[in-house]
Each structure stands twice: as C-alpha cells, then as structure tokens.
Design a binder for this molecule. Structure first.
Ligand code: T5A
Length: 207
C-alpha cells in the first residue's frame, strides 16, 4: 500500500486551512483514511519547535540560519515518525505547508541560498517529496488583511510586505518550474469557488 501525500502552500492568509475539511471529505468519500497535519508542528516536539519559531522576542532575535534549521528539525521529526508510517499504511496525508514553504520563506524571503537549503533538506528528509502541492496564490495585501483579522501578528507574520512579495514570487517561480506537481489555485476567490477549483485538480488526478 502506498498513500498519497498532498501539501498546501501559499502566503499568509491565503486560505489553506479553510480548505482542509473540503479536501479531507473529498478523499473520505472515496473510502480513504485521511490524516491532516501542519508544519511547523504536528507532533508534541514539533509543536514546541513551532512555538519557538513563532514567538516574537526582542532579547534573543532568531537568526535566519536558526530559523532554517528549526524548520527542518520539525520536518525531519514529522516526516520520519508520522508521515512515512502513515503513507506506508495507505493513508492520505494533507499537510498545511511543507518543504516548498522553506524555499519560499527562508530562500526567496530571507535570502538564504537555494544550495544551502537543499543541503540541509538532504540531511533532514533526503529526496522525500509530496505527490501533489496545491499552491494558494493571493495578493499579499489581501492575504495579510485576512490573516490580520486574528489580531496580534507573530514573529514571521511581522516580516513586512516586501518580504511577503518575495515569498509570493518565489512560490510562483517554483510552481512554474514544476507544473506537474505544483498546481496554482487562485486564492482571491470565495471559499466555495476555491473548493471547486481544488475539486477540478483532484478529479484530474485521482478520479
Ligand atoms: N513557515 C512555515 C516558514 O517560514 N517556513 C517553512 O518551511 C514553514 C513550513 C506558519 C508560519 O511558518 C512559516 C509560514 C508561516 O508564517 P501558520 O500560522 O501555520 O504559521 O501560518 P499560515 O499557514 O500562513 O496560516 P494562516 O492562517 O495565516 O493562513 P491560511 O491557513 O492560508 O489561511 P486560513 O484558512 O486560516 O484563513 C485566514 C483567514 O481568512 C479567511 C478565514 O476565515 C480566516 O479568517 N479566509 C477567507 N476570506 C475570504 N475569502 C477566502 N477565500 C478565505 N479563505 C479563508
């Protein structure tokens, strides 16, 4: 048995989390067992790493390299202890963010070289990759306005619009390089319209 590994990617407030119940129901209606996860996070240890990554503090500002390594520490743990065993049991995994976020945020956003990211990735997860990535693309200001409704912004959300424009451009560049695995979804639409777009993509592959 081999499961299906689907990742949801995009900038802040793109609406990924909102679509998870729809994607879960899509595969459950086919009689498949679905596991939903998020990154960074997903296990007790990884949730602790997530808290460090999100915490905004002035006394010990996290440097870009530490941020990168913590993202991969969380990913290595989640991949080895949760994702691979679940795939081996034939489950569908829907993960809110994964490796493409690192290339976009730490690479295009923070400016860490792609070759550096890829060497850390190799140590953390080797050549393991999702079967399908849905990239939720939305205008930065619209996404930030949606995310801002939650109130106080965390450390990464506070990185500024110029940072998030670089992140968005990075995501789109990687999507252009790998259209077979990365499908771009117009995330400026309403939730129902986005669900319909996702259904089209999933039907094209799994129907
Ligand atoms: N990160 C993560 C890295 O820097 N590198 C990495 O390698 C990884 C894995 C994670 C942070 O870590 C960074 C990226 C992030 O900054 P997070 O809280 O998980 O932190 O961040 P996000 O994944 O960005 O979570 P968000 O909640 O901001 O975005 P979502 O999940 O895309 O959006 P969602 O669904 O929660 O919706 C946000 C708001 O918009 C509304 C919702 O009701 C909600 O209020 N909404 C819509 N409104 C209008 N139209 C729609 N279509 C809407 N869809 C949702």
């Amino acid at each position: 048995m081999k499961g299906i590994f689907i990742t949801l990617e995009g900038g802040e407030g793109a609406g990924k989390t909102t679509q998870i119940p729809f994607i879960k129901a899509y595969f459950e209606n086919k009689g498949l067992e679905v596991l939903t996860l998020r990154e960074p996070g997903g296990t007790p240890c990884c949730e602790q790493i997530r808290a460090v990554l999100k915490e905004k503090r002035d006394d010990d500002v996290l440097c870009d390299e530490a941020e990168l390594l913590l993202m991969y520490a969380s990913r290595a743990q989640l991949t080895k202890t949760v994702i691979k065993p679940a795939l081996a049991k034939g489950k569908v995994i829907v993960c809110d963010r994964y490796d493409l976020s690192t290339l976009a945020y730490q690479g295009a956003g923070r400016g860490i070289k792609e070759s550096t990211i890829k060497s850390v990735r190799q140590a953390a997860i080797g050549d393991f990759a999702p079967d399908l990535t849905l990239l939720f693309d939305v205008d930065v200001k619209l996404g930030m306005a949606r995310a801002g409704k939650r109130g106080v912004m965390d450390r990464i959300e506070s990185s500024g619009n110029a940072f998030f424009e670089r992140v968005r451009a990075g995501f789109l560049r990687y999507a252009k390089e790998d259209p077979e695995h990365i499908k771009v979804i117009d995330a400026s639409l309403s939730p129902d319209e986005i669900s319909a777009k996702i259904k089209c993509v999933l039907d094209g592959i799994y129907e």
